[in-house]
Design a protein around this ligand. Structure first.
Ligand code: ATP
Length: 631
């Protein structure tokens, strides 16, 4: 509501919606013709000034209250989110940090060898019968032949939440060659496998209302004959191909985090782009024909999704985690596969690294002081995603055929080594029941906390909307001239703009902004502490994460979601500009038609490239060859 003063014809908001009816000066005599009185400042002005001051104060107060309310809601949200994460973590810990599933491949329509089936499935057990002997192998979950991709994914799904919560996660497909590892991980067009479903779920979960924002990026590599190859590097036609794609080095930072030198990393902003990049990478993977599988994978194919979390709910801190999805090369009896020459070498290399993986997992399970990661490239790459605090899920694939009983037994024995110590097998029936009860309780707690977080998030969004409206009103009324140019950008947004300017100028600009603003706009003690802590963390952080974390720290200073969005856009645009030349060089001849995905931070040891035209091109098949080619 506004009133007009007779003399100045200026509009002013009335506090608490009250209307000042009279246009005559309050407290003065309207009939008086006293000349002196006309020389004095009319009391109307004084009253109007008082009203104006009062309104200004009230508006400021309202803004401060809203800020307080938002801070308190965020605090509650953080608490509930912590509870949710704790409950999920406990559930996964009870279930085992290394979980092992088994999937039995169905008979294929093309196969006639169905005479006698040596494998049977009994509640989470695989029973292998051969030559009068009977062996039982217990798993956390067994998928019989008739299982479909959805059944498998339903069991994988909870671990995705863990990855989003900041844990490193590793999903591995293990098994004899031709038993369906690639089918499980990659699937077909009609029945997509774990990788695409995980990607879809990541985008889905991250889009649900939360104060935490996520960015994802994808990298793909294969461990081939003991060396690491970048599957998303520029095309083979590029001159840089040989040097950039092959034999990458593995680096460990002081905190034990693993980074691969020069590995291409692409920011994926949506599922379609993620899918496109994944298909691009997998087409380059080395495959070959063997007696056992027409398109046998000759390497271990690793897909890494790097997850970056940031937002106020994390108290201004940014976090990064990795989600590895690994289609291991098939363990094989070299005689049986009919491999010779290079294919034989590939088979040997695969077997050696699988055995190294088995040793690592067994050492972790037994909590040995020494874990032999260094014995293969595969285990070196996965080092920080197999050990402490990580969640590992292995799907062991077995063949339904009689003649594969030997390999099936080997695979199941491998799985037995890998299973967590606290697996069901060692528990009595009573303990199992208690364990299930505890899991149900925790699941209940997790759901409650999750619902609470969603509710709080809605409240925060409402309060943030009111806050931004009140701030706009304040700016319009009381700072119209000096802020005309920047309006409707709030002071926080000004701070955000500072993040994209060189670090040297940051302080000065921040100080200026702070000095010229009303008290609700200057940082509170809490926010200053938060910023200082975040800054300290950034400087103690590995170099690779700093640039990103710095941005996220300042993002956390924002107070509205819409602002977060605008800020990210600004940041991206800025990063895009500053890295354009780098992107261009690295991407080589990869065509960029949408550079909005350029990663907001650069892991210095990795190449970051802009996405290409999302129209899949002809398979590159550079390493693809058939046995016939070798003869
Ligand atoms: N659950 C399944 N349902 C239908 N077909 C399957 C299933 N599992 C595997 N197959 C089929 O079996 C064949 C071999 O599977 P796949 O290539 O996935 O095996 P693999 O274990 O990855 O082999 P390798 O280790 O040699 O790469 C493929 O034709 C695949 O489509």
């Amino acid at each position: 509501m506004f009133i007009s003063t007779e003399d100045e014809n200026m509009s002013l908001p009335l506090a608490n919606g009250k209307v000042l009816e009279s246009s005559s000066p309050i407290g003065s005599n309207p009939d008086s013709n006293d000349d002196e009185s006309s020389k004095e400042i009319p009391s109307t002005f004084t009253d109007v000034n008082v009203v104006q001051e009062d309104e200004k104060f009230q508006l400021e107060q309202r803004i401060l209250n809203l800020e307080g309310e938002i801070a308190s809601l965020r605090h509650k949200e953080r608490y509930l989110d912590e509870k949710r994460r704790e409950a999920l973590n406990k559930i996964l810990d009870i279930k085992g940090c290394i979980r092992v599933f088994s999937r039995v491949r169905p008979f294929l329509p093309t196969d006639k060898r169905r005479t006698h089936q040596p494998i049977s499935v009994e509640s989470e057990k695989i029973v292998v019968r051969s030559g009068g002997s009977r062996k039982e192998f217990e798993f956390d979950k067994v998928f019989p032949q008739e299982s479909i991709q959805e059944n498998v994914f339903a069991e994988v799904e909870p671990i995705i939440g863990s990855a989003l919560d900041g844990h490193n996660v590793c999903i591995l497909a293990y098994g004899q060659t031709g038993t369906g590892k690639t089918y499980t991980m990659e699937g077909s067009t009609q029945s997509p496998g774990i990788i695409l479903r995980v990607l879809q779920e990541l985008f889905h979960l991250s889009s649900l209302g939360s104060s935490i924002s996520f960015t994802f990026s994808i990298s793909m590599l294969e461990v081939y004959l003991g060396s690491i190859r970048d599957l998303l590097a520029p095309r083979p036609s590029s001159r840089k191909y040989t040097t950039s794609r092959c034999n990458l080095n593995i680096q460990t930072d002081p905190k034990g985090s693993i980074e691969i030198d020069g590995l291409t990393e692409v920011e994926i902003s949506n599922f379609t782009k993620a899918k496109w990049w994944y298909h691009k990478g997998r087409r380059v993977r080395s495959t070959s024909w063997t007696n056992v599988n027409e398109t046998s994978s000759r390497s271990h194919c690793l897909t890494r999704i790097s997850i970056y979390r940031y937002g106020d709910a994390l108290g201004g801190k940014g976090e990064a985690s990795k989600l590895w999805m690994v289609d291991l090369g098939g363990s094989e009896r070299l005689l049986k596969t009919g491999a010779t020459g290079q294919t034989l070498d590939e088979g040997r290399a695969i077997n050696l690294s699988l055995s190294a993986l088995g040793d690592v997992i067994a050492a972790l399970r037994r909590k040995r002081a020494h874990v032999p990661y260094r014995n293969s490239k595969l285990t070196q790459v996965l080092k920080d995603s197999l050990g402490d605090g990580s969640k590992v899920l292995m799907v062991v694939h077995v063949s339904p055929y009689e003649e594969d009983v030997g390999e099936t037994t080997c695979s199941c024995t491998f799985a037995k080594r890998a299973r967590a110590a606290e697996c069901n097998r060692e528990l009595s029936e009573e303990s199992k029941k208690q364990r299930e009860k505890r899991i149900a309780e925790l699941e209940e707690q997790r759901k409650e906390a999750e619902a609470g977080c969603t509710e709080l998030n809605t409240q925060i969004q409402k309060a943030e909307f009111l806050l931004s409206e009140n701030k706009r009103l304040f700016m319009r009324k009381y700072q119209p001239l000096e802020d005309e140019e920047t309006f409707p950008i709030t002071p926080k947004e000004n701070v955000a703009e500072v993040t994209v300017t060189p670090r040297n100028s940051e302080k000065g600009l921040k100080t200026n902004v702070t000095n010229s603003v009303p008290r609700f706009m200057s940082s509170t003690v809490a926010s200053r502490i938060r910023e200082t802590t975040a800054e300290k963390e950034i400087h103690s952080r590995p170099k690779s994460l700093r640039s990103w974390a710095r941005s996220s720290m300042q993002i956390s200073g924002s107070q509205s979601n819409s602002f977060d969005h605008r800020f990210s856009t600004q940041l991206r645009t800025s990063n895009k500009r500053s890295r354009y030349s780098e992107t261009h060089t690295i991407a080589g001849d990869i065509k960029c038609n949408d550079d909005s995905d350029i990663k907001p931070s650069v892991l210095p040891q990795s190449k970051v490239i802009a996405p290409s035209d999302p129209k899949p091109k002809r398979p590159l098949a550079h390493h693809r060859r058939r046995m016939s080619d070798l003869l």
